[in-house]
Design a protein around this ligand. Structure first.
Ligand code: SAH
Length: 257
């Protein structure tokens, strides 16, 4: 796996940050004003606040999640032609046949991740995201975790995410290019692992790399062929699996391209 961080990263070779490092707040997520894309007007605060209200109305109650969704400017992660739809509750194309996930689903999955014992301290320690895509969810995760490792298997999207995230200067987001089915052992153990692509099963590397008290939240293809959200929690070395509502994610694929 090639590591191509666009941000100061400490791995491999450097010291691995502890599971619960010092209480240092990450950088703010609003990018400089000058970079506001045309077409949305100068201020996206109101429209984003409305998006967050709708997410709360759908049942997401964790204040940490709502604050993170409110903080990240989603319109910066979509194509300029789609900027006007950036705050609708819909997935949108991001190129190479992939999509940015629906905001309500991003919020729901991060809420499930934070509900683990590992999230009880307020912020998660290290989190692994499989499927960086455009980088949006990584930016949201950067608000609720101390360190975010995010892997993408398509080089074009890995590069795009780096461009998208650059103005936010999120020092706790580490962009990796590679096959996320193998996880990222150098960053393990993770307090949370979140997947934005669904496979037939949860790869063993993910459960191996999960910390005790941590959770995996991932879409998974069920025997009937439809995807559902799956939560796997590790406790005293044992895994407990819960299958939740149906979802629609792009497929989890092996290898890089
Ligand atoms: N979190 C992203 C969603 C991107 S869609 C966002 O906020 O935009 C899911 C992504 O998972 C796609 O970009 C796809 O290429 C990627 N993916 C699929 N299988 C993968 C794998 N094995 N390793 C890494 N990325 C993978």
């Amino acid at each position: 796996m090639t590591r191509r961080p666009g941000f100061p990263a400490r791995l491999p070779g450097g010291p691995v940050p502890p599971a619960q490092p010092a209480r240092k707040a990450p950088a703010a997520v609003a990018a400089p004003r000058a970079a506001v894309p045309s077409g949305l007007g100068l201020d996206s605060h109101a429209v984003r606040a409305r998006m967050v209200e709708k997410i709360a109305a759908q049942g997401v109650a964790d204040a940490r999640v709502l604050a993170a969704m409110n903080a990240v400017e989603r319109h910066r992660f979509v194509d300029s032609a789609l900027v006007n739809q950036a705050y609708e509750d819909t997935s949108l194309p991001i190129g190479l046949g992939q999509t940015i996930s629906k905001p309500s689903v991003v919020a729901r999955m991060i809420e499930l991740l934070l509900a683990a014992p590992a999230g009880a301290g307020g912020r998660l320690g290290r989190v692994l995201e499989v499927g960086t895509g455009c980088g949006y969810q990584a930016a949201v995760l950067s608000q609720v975790a101390f360190e975010v490792y995010t892997i993408e298997r398509l080089r074009g999207l890995h590069e795009r995410a780096r461009e998208n995230l650059r103005p936010f200067r999120l020092r706790n987001v580490h962009l990796l290019f590679g096959d996320g089915m193998a996880g990222f052992a150098q960053g393990a153990p993770y307090a949370g692992i979140i997947a934005a692509a669904g496979g037939e099963a949860v790869p063993p590397a993910w459960t191996d790399q999960l910390a005790d008290g941590g959770r995996i939240v991932a879409p998974m293809v069920m025997p009937q062929g439809r995807q559902a959200l799956v939560v796997i929690e590790k406790s005293a070395g044992r895994l407990a699996r819960t299958i939740l509502e149906g979802v629609h994610f792009v497929p989890l694929k092996s290898g890089i391209a």
